[in-house]
Design a protein around this ligand. Structure first.
Ligand SMILES: [Zn+2]
Length: 263
């Protein structure tokens, strides 16, 4: 509920446009006509029933949220604690000149509602930590990584393992980006892939790179919801924007992983 405090985080807006129903409205049937040809109405209804948790409303969060919104996901829950600044605007496409000084989530919610009023957008202002993450993620069907630091990513990775929900990882540096889809119990987890966090930095970022990686993450989310099995499972996709090349690194679960291993 708006104004309610949860574990140190304040729900500043909670916009509900409809109760979750199995049926597509006339607006939805028309709006999604070109993708229903691929997904089928059943697939579109699966999207309508899905709830995605997006951690972060910056560059990756903008790209992910925009494409899940226009695709007709049922509910987005976004968590962030930042304020829009001028130096964000080269890449964080949900935030515009006149949003400088606003909370990123207020700016994000305003744009997403205008894009597709069928989508329920819930925003929670706060910083993710190990004590509040369980409640923040709640009953979301998946966690999408739009963070800029590994400390928060490890917390989200562990939460996905505990809740047995997928974790869609993405990260960027300059023209380079990476993405993988983590399925608890099946694939390597983030800790298997990166046992230790790289040193924290403020990396250079090209806006196009977060656009591409965020779109890959959103694409994975949509395919997962639809039941497509060709996901980035145990595959770290690497994007090199300078060479316009993609490569991938095969991944393996580490049986001694401190987060998902057997001890
Ligand atoms: Zn692991």
């Amino acid at each position: 509920m708006p104004g309610q405090w949860k574990n140190g985080c304040k729900v500043v807006a909670n916009t509900v446009h409809w109760g979750i129903s199995d049926m597509l409205t006339d607006d939805e049937a028309k709006r999604y006509e070109r993708q229903i040809r691929i997904f089928g109405e059943d697939g579109q209804r699966k999207l309508k029933k899905a709830k995605a948790f997006i951690a972060g409303a910056g560059g990756l969060g903008s790209s992910i949220a925009v494409y899940l919104t226009v695709a007709g996901i049922g509910k987005l829950r976004m968590v962030d604690n930042d304020t829009v600044a001028l130096e964000n605007l080269n890449r964080q496409i949900l935030h515009w000149d006149n949003d400088i000084g606003k909370k990123k989530l207020a700016s994000a919610e305003e744009k997403l509602k205008k894009m597709n009023s069928n989508v329920e957008v819930e925003i929670i202002t706060g910083t993710i930590d190990k004590d509040n993450v369980d409640e923040l993620v709640g009953d979301s069907d998946m966690i999408v990584d739009a963070m800029d630091n590994f400390a928060a990513r490890y917390i989200l990775n562990k939460t996905a393992l505990i809740k047995q929900i997928p974790f869609f990882h993405g990260a960027v540096h300059g023209f380079y980006g990476q993405a993988t889809t983590i399925i608890p119990g099946k694939t390597a987890c983030l800790r298997c892939i990166f046992p230790e966090a790289p040193p924290p930095t403020i990396p250079p970022v090209v806006g196009v790179t977060v656009g591409i990686i965020g779109c890959i993450q959103a694409n994975e989310v949509i395919k997962y919801i639809l039941g497509n099995r060709s996901l980035l499972e145990n595959r770290l996709l690497m994007w090199d924007g300078l060479k316009a090349e993609m490569d991938e690194v095969p991944l393996e679960k580490n049986p001694r992983c401190e987060d998902c291993g057997e001890g």
